[in-house]
Design a protein. Structure first.
Length: 235
């Protein structure tokens, strides 16, 4: 362990639980703390990237923001895994569907993460690394969805560095069976693999890139709670 606080997280060692549920939007994190945690205590507000630790059904758990894109989640999860002793990170977020059977409000359980990012190049691997989820977490999430009756699909996602693209080529990814597009899963899964820890990404479909289905930012912030139910069931 390196000395804490880190440049990006103001917590002291021991203030963050071994399991952290993360979201890109700090306001979604605040919602999770208020909705799910008993006696939440704020451990971070550096750069307004809120973080809280409390208990859920008697188990200690933390929630924290990670921002947008591979560089941002890469920094926060690296510090959590390597400096704070975190063992499990579950990201809950939004994604745009490119699968005709995956609609707005459905859940995508991310088994693997394809990417157009250069994030993995710093490992200097002699080939292409395939970032994947922890199987026990994935299996538990699917079981919870079945028990609660939530619509979901399990599969591959595209973690893209580009939000506004001149040449998105989403049809090509769809032809390869990729379910949806988001921006963080690949970097999280790589950090988990490199540190020998666990990770899972659960996304709510916020829009459908191929059909034009959309939701508002307010709906994404306040009503995407099924993925949170699933994430907390894994604590």
């Amino acid at each position: 362990m390196s000395k804490t606080p880190t440049p990006h997280i103001g917590a002291q060692l021991g203030e963050i639980a071994e399991t952290v549920i993360m979201a890109g939007d700090p306001l979604r994190v605040k919602l999770m703390a208020e909705r799910f945690l008993e006696n939440p205590v704020q451990f971070n507000n550096v750069r307004n990237m809120l973080g809280y630790t409390g208990t859920y059904k008697g188990k200690r758990v933390s929630v924290m923001g990670h921002g947008m894109g591979s560089p941002s989640i890469g920094i926060y999860t690296y510090e959590l895994y390597n400096f704070y002793g975190v063992k499990t990170i579950i990201r809950v977020g939004s994604a745009g569907s490119i699968n005709m059977d995956l609609h707005v409000g459905d859940l995508a359980l991310i088994m693997g993460a394809s990417t157009d990012s250069n994030y993995g190049s710093h490992y200097e691997l002699p080939g292409t690394f395939a970032p994947i989820a922890d199987f026990d977490l994935l299996r538990g999430a699917a079981n919870t969805c079945d028990e609660l009756g939530y619509r979901y699909k399990v599969g591959n996602v595209l973690s893209s560095d580009i939000f506004y693209s001149d040449n998105p080529h989403t049809d090509r990814w769809a032809k390869m069976g990729v379910l949806a597009v988001e921006m963080e899963a690949a970097a999280l899964y790589m950090n988990a693999a490199r540190s020998g820890n666990r990770a899972l990404v659960i996304c709510t479909i916020s829009n459908h890139i191929l059909t034009g289905e959309v939701t508002s930012a307010e709906e994404r912030q306040n009503s995407f709670t099924h993925m949170m139910d699933v994430a907390f069931s894994l604590v």
